[in-house]
Design a protein around this ligand. Structure first.
Ligand code: SF4
Length: 750
């Protein structure tokens, strides 16, 4: 993608350069954005930004071109009785939205309204949405598309440490002696972080890299050790590593005794996972497992990461917790080069969790803790009865839409019609409600179903914050005006709160601010004293420093590089963010039950469980396993990246990667069209025959939701979810491969 983008950068004489932050992924690279006469013209990395030091990946380099795409919405639209859309004024659109919400609540109660949001908006927007939904309308139906991507992150951090919040810093990757990537194709997903890892690799203290992935990805190819784990067997592998650490005495007894609970049970649980047994279960040779455990156990500093290979699998939360356990066992946390990174994926998915726009409450408050809820009610000056409602997850929201309990659904900055599993039921659910879609683009599969479409400003057209995967809050600056009449999500939400006449206990408007800076101040006050404490930050400070890591307050005026340095963990009943849940059933301990099992003295939990076979079983009718993943050129359903010519050209359409020997047996050649049939759906796409998927496995990139081609990896996902995080299983589907007539006429070797 470089030549054309760089040529455009060369045409930038006289451009105005504005400092900002990349809006594509959770790395949060600092950028400078070029504009001429109110149009975006180019981008470059900020050499003074601590995250990227001038580097950018292909998505970051190309993103500015999506802003001017002709599919941008410029005026609100209403669907008429005949089914067609017509343009309308903002007043007409917002009057209709407010009336539908009012009617739904007066007839069916607050639970008749739901919000499904994103990891792409700004902190100030999530916070305002959370306040409107929880304190204004009193609906518990608010969740984010992070349910599909990193809901497991929060659950695992709460289970292991007591609260959400990644403990480490990106600087730990440079300080580590060993980096372990569990189901994280960092070279394609976290491009600039991968560049930092590669730079460390060629430095004076090169870390050993271990990649755990069924595929030989670019990451696995560059790693020192690739453990090609059989899909669906992550936890067996990690249990094997934990057993080796215990058997070889590569653990820190003093740390375990002072700071953790559960060692005996852990040792019992992992004992059956000998290297030979792990080889039998996972396909990873015993010698490789032993080497991995030795590197992890004997390296003074170890960083690990998890991503979708862990989170979108069955036993997801348990697996992520087992990785946390690995660090606790060795006392390798809260020190330079030592951290488990349960990775955020989207650029602002951290903010959805911090502000309570997903299934959490703002400031990592515990919805079941009356003291936390009283505190929040006091700060918002609203009746406490509005709060403390059990959070509802996105799958439950869509189910309630399908069943008719939810009457109005507002979708902000995300595209569930293309990305949510079980597409037929999701489409039926979206058609069964009054659907309001707030999105910069009119051409998404979800916008096409909207009763009201509200055009929104996107990255580069509004100001606010995004917090990256190392807790660094970055400022995203407005560079140009949005097209036509499009407005920021914040402006729309503030307008909605006024039209709904949402007030606090004194009768004053619930949302008393209108600008992003004022919203940030309101959030600072809400977060003060909580774990994600932003109270010491200001926009000026963020702009000058290239982001600040929370907590930032009087005690930590410059922010905080690492959590759990002391280490005290917030697992006490009065501090914990959520109840410990059963890994098999998802059952949450009641507050009373939790008191009985809460660790004393701020200790963390050493957690794992026994391996269970995936439920979507391989048999004679479905003899292969389909897995899904990413390509470096695209982000999620390509709403933005498909609109960047270089990225679209580099990876134009979906495919199915098939192992060469499997393809030969089935008489399939490169470029032949194939049908991948699962128990619940099918995918038709051209075959890409090669060696980077293992025998018996097919790989489908998950970006392509094109209904005409029927190439959506989600179409074949089983109807299964992790019991704790409710994150759908999208990494394991039993399938068969059928050759269909014809070849892909566009096919060329990608
Ligand atoms: S790594 Fe992420 S934040 Fe950095 S340039 Fe690439 S997409 Fe943007």
């Amino acid at each position: 993608v470089k030549p054309r983008t760089m040529a455009r950068v060369g045409e930038l004489a006289g451009a105005k350069w504005t400092k900002s932050t990349c809006g594509l992924c959770s790395i949060g690279c600092g950028v400078e954005v070029a504009s001429i006469d109110g149009e975006l013209r180019g981008i470059r990395g900020r050499s003074d930004h601590p995250v990227n030091l001038g580097r950018l990946g292909p998505k970051g380099l190309g993103q500015w071109q999506a802003n001017a795409h002709p599919s941008r919405g410029t005026t609100p639209r209403l669907r008429g009785p005949e089914g067609g859309w017509s343009e309308c004024s903002w007043d007409a659109a917002m009057t209709r939205v407010a009336r539908e919400i009012d009617d739904a609540i007066s007839m069916h109660g607050p639970g008749a309204v739901a919000f499904y949001n994103s990891g792409q908006l700004l902190l100030e927007e999530y916070y305002t949405l959370s306040k409107i939904a929880r304190a204004g309308l009193g609906t518990p139906n608010i969740d984010s598309n992070t349910r599909l991507c990193t809901a497991t992150v929060a659950e695992s951090l709460v289970a292991s440490f007591g609260a959400d919040g990644p403990p480490g810093s990106f600087a730990d990757f440079e300080a580590a002696d060993c980096i372990v990537l569990f189901g994280h194709n960092a070279a394609e997903q976290s491009t600039v972080l991968w560049m930092r890892i590669m730079a460390a690799k060629s430095g004076p203290r090169p870390p050993k890299i271990i990649a755990i992935d069924p595929r030989r990805t670019a990451t696995a190819a560059a790693a020192d050790l690739h453990l090609a784990v059989r899909p669906g067997t992550n936890i067996a592998l990690i249990n094997g590593i934990l057993r080796q650490l215990i058997h070889k005495r590569w653990f820190d007894r003093a740390f375990i005794q002072a700071n953790t609970v559960g060692f005996e049970e852990l040792a019992r649980t992992v004992e059956p996972y000998s290297p030979a047994k792990v080889e039998e279960l996972t396909g990873v040779p015993a010698s490789k497992l032993e080497t991995a455990a030795e590197w992890i156990g004997t390296s003074p500093a170890v960083v690990s990461t998890c991503l979708q290979g862990v989170y979108q699998s069955h036993q997801a939360t348990a697996t992520a917790c087992a990785v946390n356990t690995m660090h606790l066992l060795m006392g390798k946390i809260g020190k330079p080069g030592c951290a488990p990174f349960q990775f955020a994926g989207q650029p602002s998915s951290m903010n959805t969790r911090e502000t309570g726009a997903d299934g959490a409450y703002p400031g990592y408050r515990n919805w079941a803790n009356p003291t936390h809820m009283k505190d929040l009610a006091k700060r918002w000056n609203v009746p406490v009865e509005l709060l403390g409602k059990k959070p509802v997850t996105a799958p439950e929201i869509f189910e309630q839409c399908f069943e008719g309990q939810i009457r109005v659904l507002v979708v902000l900055g995300t595209n569930p019609a293309a990305s949510f599993p079980d597409r037929d039921r999701t489409l039926a659910a979206l058609r069964n409600v009054f659907l309001v879609v707030m999105d910069p683009f009119m051409d998404t599969e979800t916008a096409a179903l909207a009763d009201v479409y509200l055009p929104t400003a996107m990255w580069g057209e509004k100001t606010g914050c995004m917090t990256n995967a190392e807790r660094r809050c970055n400022l995203v600056e407005k560079v140009i005006e949005p097209p036509g009449e499009a407005k920021s999500d914040l402006e729309i939400l503030v307008d909605l709160s006024r039209r709904l006449n949402l007030v606090d206990k004194s009768g004053a408007p619930l949302i008393q601010y209108s600008s992003p800076a004022e919203a940030f101040e309101d959030w600072k006050a809400c977060s003060a004293g909580t774990i994600p404490d932003y109270s010491g930050m200001s926009y000026k400070m963020l702009a000058e420093r290239g982001g600040v890591q929370w907590p930032c307050n009087k005690e930590h005026p410059d922010g905080t590089e690492r959590l759990y340095v002391d280490p005290t963990f917030p697992t006490a009943p009065e501090l914990v963010e959520g109840a410990l849940k059963d890994f098999q059933t998802g059952h949450a301990h009641t507050p009373h039950e939790y008191k009985a099992i809460a660790p004393d003295g701020g200790r963390a939990r050493l957690l794992t469980v026994a391996f269970e076979e995936p439920l979507d079983t391989v048999d004679a009718s479905f003899p292969f396993v389909a897995i899904s993943g990413r390509q470096v050129y695209h982000w999620h359903t390509r709403t933005k990246t498909a609109k960047v010519p270089e990225l679209a050209e580099a990876a134009p359409r979906g495919f199915v990667a098939i192992f060469a020997r499997d393809a030969t047996k089935l008489g399939i050649e490169d470029g032949d069209m194939v049908r991948i049939v699962a128990r619940r759906g099918q995918v038709i796409a051209p075959a890409k025959v090669g060696e980077n998927v293992p025998e018996g496995v097919v790989f489908i990139p998950f970006h392509y939701g094109d209904l005409a081609l029927d190439a959506s990896a989600d179409a074949i996902a089983p109807d299964l979810a992790d019991p704790v995080s409710k994150q759908p299983v999208q990494k394991y589907s039993a399938v068969r491969i059928e050759r269909v007539d014809g070849r892909d006429r566009w096919w060329r070797e990608p």
